[in-house]
Design a protein around this ligand. Structure first.
Ligand code: SAH
Length: 280
């Protein structure tokens, strides 16, 4: 009972990264009891992806459970049926949410809560985003297979894996080196080795691979970063981004670029961690 109370308190305390604020998706409010995996189920790290010159450390093992079971799939389907399918119409996005094992992106202590519609802590003060928000933001990108997409804020790597289900051209940047390293290991282990990760200040995007058909920002700046707009395809590139004050509710915007024209559409209120900036 005490353990469950701690779980609930932690989930509430961390509902600050990647959760919808308004209109609020239904939440069951009842995290599933935490279960511990057998030690054999947690993964040793594979070799670093050959595609990367590593700008971050690759850990030799990670505290993640890579086993997928009927029970995990059942919970994942239930999450999709209850919280994703009612909010998202794009069948490819729904299929991606059914395919990616979210439980492998969270520390093993959170396994039992992996398929609740909540953000969860993943260490270094960061979280994995709320699944229904991941799905809604992904749908807004309107990705076709072959589109090039950039994510700012890799964190757990979960959103990057969802993008990887939709197109082979996924680039993701993370400012915290340790998180980039863990995400690399997890993505490789689950077969998303083609997702490119770099450790850098995403305020400046990843110019080397621009232009992007779509950019998704999963941490909130207080203004629209000009470098991201500049790296969007001028012929209809889409940028999905939360903008607003630190520690407060932000507005999620869909930004569309046509030449030098930038159209901004307000989508909904959300809560994300702030986009931090490199010092100096
Ligand atoms: N997309 C993630 C959730 C994002 S949480 C997922 O699927 O799990 C926000 C992440 O943005 C954090 O990991 C944080 O470290 C990162 N971040 C914050 N500021 C950043 C910046 N300037 N550049 C790159 N990443 C940044």
């Amino acid at each position: 009972m005490k353990l469950l109370a701690v779980v609930i308190a932690l989930v509430l305390a961390t509902a600050g990264c990647g959760s919808a604020a308004s209109p609020s998706p239904r939440q069951d409010g009842s995290p599933v009891p935490v279960t511990r995996p057998t030690p054999a189920a947690t993964g040793d790290a594979p070799m670093p992806s050959p595609s990367e010159t590593s700008s971050f450390p690759i850990p030799s093992s990670v505290d993640r459970d890579f086993a997928d079971s009927d029970e995990m799939r059942r919970q994942r389907d239930q999450l999709v049926d209850s919280y994703i399918a009612p909010r998202v119409t794009d069948a490819r996005v729904i299929a991606a949410m059914r395919a990616v094992p979210r439980h492998s992106f969270v520390p093993t202590q959170w396994l039992g809560a992996a398929y609740s519609d909540h953000p969860l802590p993943i260490g270094h003060g960061q979280t994995i985003s709320q699944p229904s928000l991941v799905a809604m933001m992904t749908e807004l990108l309107r990705l076709d297979e072959g589109d090039r997409v950039l994510e700012i804020g890799t964190s757990s790597g979960y959103q990057a894996a969802i993008l990887g289900e939709l197109t082979p051209e996924v680039y993701s940047v993370e400012i915290i080196p340790e998180l980039a390293g863990i995400a690399r290991v997890v993505l490789d282990r689950l077969g998303y080795g083609d997702v490119r990760i770099d450790r850098r200040d995403g305020y400046f995007g990843w110019e080397e691979h621009a232009p992007y058909d779509a950019i998704i920002v999963t941490a909130a700046p207080d203004h629209l970063p000009a470098p991201l707009v500049a790296q969007l395809d001028p012929d209809g590139g889409r940028l999905v981004i939360p903008i607003g004050p630190v520690g407060d509710v932000q507005v999620l915007w869909l930004v569309t670029r046509r030449g030098d024209e930038v159209a901004m559409e307000r989508v909904l209120e959300v809560r994300f961690v702030p986009l931090t900036r490199e010092e100096g």
